[in-house]
Design a protein around this ligand. Sequence first.
Ligand code: SF4
Length: 315
Amino acid sequence: MSSPCSLLECGSTDDRHFEMDDYAGKIARWCPGCGDHAILAAVHRLLAIEQLKPEKTVFVSGIGCSSRFPHYVETYGFHGIHGRALPIATGVKLARPDLDVFVTMGDGDCTSIGAGHWIHAIRYNIDMTVLLLDNNIYGLTKKQTSPTTPQGFKTNTQTKGSFLPPLNPLQTTLGVTNASFVAQTADWMPSHLAATLQAAKAHKGFSFVRILQRCPVFTPDIFAAAIKDPQVTDVLSHPDGIQDANTDKIYKSQVFHNPGDIHEARRLAEGDRVRVGLFFRDESFPRYEELRQVTKRTPEEKMAFINAELDRHAV
Ligand code: SF4
């Protein structure tokens, strides 16, 4: 576990102000042009905007190119094992609910070996910010097919082309009971990316953000059309959605979408169009860490809490 000790003088009065550079960790070892660099910059910016205390912030990852993230952020960090970022983050948050917890995963890490944890972490709805950096390939292990690899795309494990239609992480997340925040953005849309991260951080619950991420080494053309032509991308717009004037200036294909409408969110998550924005948000959904507090109450308080929960679901 890395620590932010260089930033801290434990016991000092807390009048510190943090700039973006204060959150910069080691020099990132990703390939030149990798979308992870842009996402890292956006995260540093978010931390500075929110003035998150390094000693109260934790980044948890699994294994993959994007899972090197905790090394590059000067907070606490846990570079975990493959597919297990979410259970580790769950443990951190349950033990220390006062911490701000972030999770970074790649598509292989989250949607393949980590898929079981992904589903249940969504349902638990614990308050954390979860970033899926999706480049449609296993990059660290040199171009293996991942669950999000497009059908027919040639990889080192399926040399004649990926056999199956890809898994859609947005549809999957939106299909899980208790999913409370689902958004999509892209590493090449810096302003939209920043606004989306801010909205995700502000959400009380499990904020799931899929970030379309360029891998110029192994999937250089997958997002080429969307990068070159803004018309290829639909931006979800709504007063309760992601607000970003810069995006609106460039991306003229806007789709009015109420992020309170789960059915429409699921419909919009289908198909081949690139859609960015807030698909769904509902802060009223129960959070596991809140429900768990019931065990710390008196018997009378427990009964009152349980009755209130039952009443909430009465039909
Ligand atoms: Fe980024 Fe791809 Fe290089 Fe991995 S292999 S660091 S995802 S460009």
